[in-house]
Design a protein around this ligand. Structure first.
Ligand SMILES: Nc1ncnc2c1ncn2[C@@H]1O[C@H](COP(=O)(O)OP(=O)(O)OP(=O)(O)O)[C@@H](O)[C@H]1O
Length: 219
C-alpha cells in the first residue's frame, strides 16, 4: 500500500527532511512512525499525501508511482486517504455533523448519502448523540474523535495520523489508538506518527523509527 524506495526529500532551504528511506507497508497493516522532533515524520506523511514531492527515489501508493501523478490528479489521490491531525482542525462555527460532512460536500455527494455516511462515521467513533453540538462544547478526546470521523467518512483504504494523541492524557490516548485499531481490523491500512513511545510499545504493532531523516529501525 505504501512503498518507499530510496526516498530523499531536501527542502528548498537546504534542510534534509528524509534521506534514502526504503520500506513497504502492506495493505491491511497497521504501523507507527516515530523519532525525535525534526526526524522527518511529518515529511514522510506529506510525501504520501503529495503535499510535498520527493527529491530522489520513488513513492508508490497502492501501486501507483506518485512521480507520474500530475497536479490534476492530486485531489482524487487525497480523497483515497484519510488524515488525522493533532489539532484536529475543526471548524468551530459549524456543528459536529457539518464538520464531518464537509469532505463529502466538497466531493458533491447527495444530501441523503451525506446523512447516511456521516452518521455511520459518527457511530464508529461513538459520537452519534453529539451531531448537533458545536465542537467547542466537546472534550479534547471527543474533538479528536470528530477529526477521526471526518477522516474516515470517505471510507479510505489508507488512514494517516500525525501525532493524533499529542494533546490528550494517557487514558484518552489509549482510547484513540483503540479506535485506529478497530479501523485496521476492518481492513484499513493505518500509519500513525507519534513520539509517545510508552503508548506505542503497549500497542505491539510494527514501528518505523526515523533519526535525522534516516530510517534507523523497522520492527
Ligand atoms: N517546509 C519546510 N521547509 C524547510 N524545511 C522543512 C520544512 N518542513 C520540514 N522541514 C525540515 O525537515 C526536517 C524534518 O521535519 P519534519 O517536520 O518532517 O519532522 P518531524 O519528525 O515531523 O518533527 P516534529 O515531531 O517536531 O513534528 C526538519 O529539519 C525540518 O526543519
Amino acid at each position: 500500500m505504501i512503498q518507499f524506495d530510496q526516498v530523499s526529500k531536501r527542502y528548498p532551504t537546504g534542510q534534509v527532511g528524509l534521506e534514502g528511506v526504503s520500506f513497504h507497508i502492506n495493505a491491511g497493516e497497521m504501523a507507527f512512525l516515530t523519532g525525535h522532533s525534526g526526524a522527518g515524520k511529518s515529511t514522510l506523511l506529506k510525501l504520501v499525501m503529495l503535499m510535498e514531492r520527493a527529491t530522489h527515489g520513488q513513492v508508490r501508493i497502492a501501486g501507483r508511482n506518485l512521480r507520474s501523478m500530475g497536479r490534476g490528479e492530486i485531489p482524487a489521490h487525497r480523497r483515497e486517504i484519510g488524515v488525522v491531525f493533532q489539532n484536529h482542525q475543526l471548524l468551530f462555527d459549524r456543528s459536529v455533523f457539518e464538520n464531518v460532512a464537509l469532505p463529502l460536500q466538497i466531493s458533491g455527494y447527495s444530501r441523503v448519502d451525506i446523512g447516511k455516511r456521516v452518521r455511520a462515521a459518527l457511530d464508529q467513533v461513538g459520537l452519534l448523540d453529539k451531531e448537533k453540538l458545536p465542537p467547542i462544547s466537546l472534550s479534547g478526546g471527543e474533538q479528536q474523535r470528530v477529526g477521526i470521523a471526518r477522516a474516515v467518512v470517505h471510507k479510505p483504504k489508507l488512514l494517516l495520523a500525525d501525532e493524533p494523541t499529542g494533546n490528550l492524557d494517557p487514558g484518552l490516548s489509549a482510547e484513540i489508538m483503540t479506535l485506529f485499531e478497530r479501523f485496521n481490523q476492518v481492513g484499513v491500512t493505518v500509519l500513525i506518527a507519534s513520539h509517545d513511545m510508552a503508548l506505542i510499545e503497549r500497542m505491539r504493532h510494527r514501528v518505523l523509527t526515523l533519526n535525522q531523516g534516516r530510517l534507523v529501525a523497522d520492527g
